[in-house]
Design a protein around this ligand. Sequence first.
Ligand code: CAA
Ligand code: NAI
Length: 246
Amino acid sequence: MRLQSKVAVITGGANGIGFAATERFAQEGAQVSIVDFNEELGRQKAEELQSEGYHVKFFRLNVANEQDVQHTMKEIADVYGRIDILVNNAGITKDSMLHKMSSEDFKKVMDVNVNGVFYCAQAAMPYMVKQGKGKIINTSSVSGVYGNVGQTNYAAAKAAVIGMTKTWAKELGSKGINVNAVVPGFTETGMVAAVPEKVIEKMVAMVPVKRLGKPEDIANAYVFLASDESDYVNGTALHVDGGIMM
Ligand code: CAA
Ligand code: NAI
């Protein structure tokens, strides 16, 4: 039980990588709050895990809404008395080539993937400072490090996530809070299901381990960065991408 009794908040925890993380964290003994704007799925997944005896609750939230983020983090802290771990996992894509990308789609991706990460970290951090310990894990992407055709908005957002991670690692390290990013490669979730087959084939061909990531591969990295095993890991961007580019 590597996360015994830890209070964890996982944004986008209702689906894909976030749900795999919710399951893994619960198995490791954490009390997990799924924070997601998909209410139907979030409630269903939380009930599924509760029926297996795990401690999982659902909170409906759009991470791009600053006021709602403040309110929800307070609600969670009121229920548990603390917040030990924040996984800023919620994210969206709105892909198109530069010449076709609308400023609305650029902004929508920034609102969720950058502003949402900022709002959640800012709202959860005071509880961690008070406790003198905490873990913030931000989800970036290989697109943010290497760029990717059709992803001007998303790549910019995921690069920003690494910048915020390193800044917060410097600001909060002395307060007992570790801040790290995970950099997933292409991973089998609904997000990748929308990518044309020929693009996926090209990507897999570039991966030395010759497969897409599984949500559990990413969730396992989250568990490590959330656990006491990573207390001296701070400001890193941990690639979980099968070595797609080095
Ligand atoms: N590498 C190189 N060239 C590419 C390419 C790629 N990955 N993807 C598209 N192109 C090329 C096409 O071959 C095409 O070239 P030609 O004009 O010479 O034929 C040109 O770019 C335009 O492509 P489309 O005809 O597909 O243009 P479109 O406007 O219909 O669609 C697109 C553009 C929406 C970007 C579409 O190509 C697409 O969905 N691509 C995949 C984008 C992608 O990889 N998204 C990742 C989503 S998963 C995720 O984001 C998770 C994560 O963190 C990695
Ligand atoms: P997904 O689409 O399967 O799940 C995302 C979850 O986030 C959903 O439950 C959705 O309802 C929720 N969500 C989206 N916007 C939200 C918002 N504004 N507020 C609250 N919840 C919101 O996506 P996936 O693949 O599990 O992605 C998780 C994270 O991993 C994202 O940050 C994504 O950018 C990142 N990532 C994914 C990769 C992949 O190949 N699947 C690769 C690299 C990074």
